[in-house]
Write a protein that binds this ligand. Sequence first.
Ligand code: NAP
Length: 260
Amino acid sequence: MASSSHPLRVLILGGTTEALALGRALENMSDLHGIFSLAGITPSPHLPYIETRQGGFGGIEGLATYLHAQEIGAVIDATHPFAAQMSRNAVAACAQTGTPLLRLQRPGWQPSPDDDWIIVPDIDAATAALGATPRRAFLTTGRKDLAPFCAAPQHHYLIRSIVAPDPASLPPDHTILLQRPPFTRESETRLMREHRVDILVTKDAGSDATSPKLAAARDLGLPVVMIARPTLPPARTVTTVHEAIDWLRSLSHAGTRRDV
Ligand code: NAP
């Protein structure tokens, strides 16, 4: 059984507000030792006051080696719903090492009757959904998913990103906005009006911090190209930090800490 002298060592794969909230919740829990991991791509990230690490593990093998070396007793995959590679690696490495894994993932957004959503499976389909007629598209898909829009250079793109995108990935007619969420319905409406946006393109992130753009699009009567979440291998999944803590506590109390 994990005791205060041997707390359960928990690797949190971060990158979302839920991951940060979980990390913060673990700050004062003596039976759970959290290690907060980020890919290391966002400058000056918000961090909890627990052990942190940044940078990739080196694929499935690298993660399996890390889990073993660090005597990790549980992994919480709280990465972004579109961080599919990391989530797949977590499933494989945890299976390989026998480490309990929980996915903490917020639910996807749901359209209301007043919404005009075009749901597409991926970025290429989102590009095609903009059509042949030139439009003014607001892209909030992240800086790594811009290159496919070069295939539709007839549109003007308002591109919002936390970190400046690679200039080589940009479609010719664009405006860049460097901004970090949260946003409000009022500011999103103002922004879309100012830039004369006529269609919004987004991933189904499900985050409250970025959902005001959907309400703004609804208010302005604009269509939304909604990119569906990637399919992930099955894993035990919860949607709230509270449930994740309950699961960790049950593991801790059951004494499933690995003694490697
Ligand atoms: P990804 O394609 O699934 O991951 C690419 C690689 O980055 C992984 O294979 C892993 O490298 C490393 N990595 C990702 N998350 C990591 C973490 N938490 N700790 C350590 N290494 C990590 O993910 P991504 O789309 O590049 O996203 C990177 C990070 O940004 C994630 O933490 C994600 O939650 C966050 N994020 C992503 C999006 C999005 O739309 N994709 C949006 C907002 C935030 P190794 O194989 O070397 O271990």
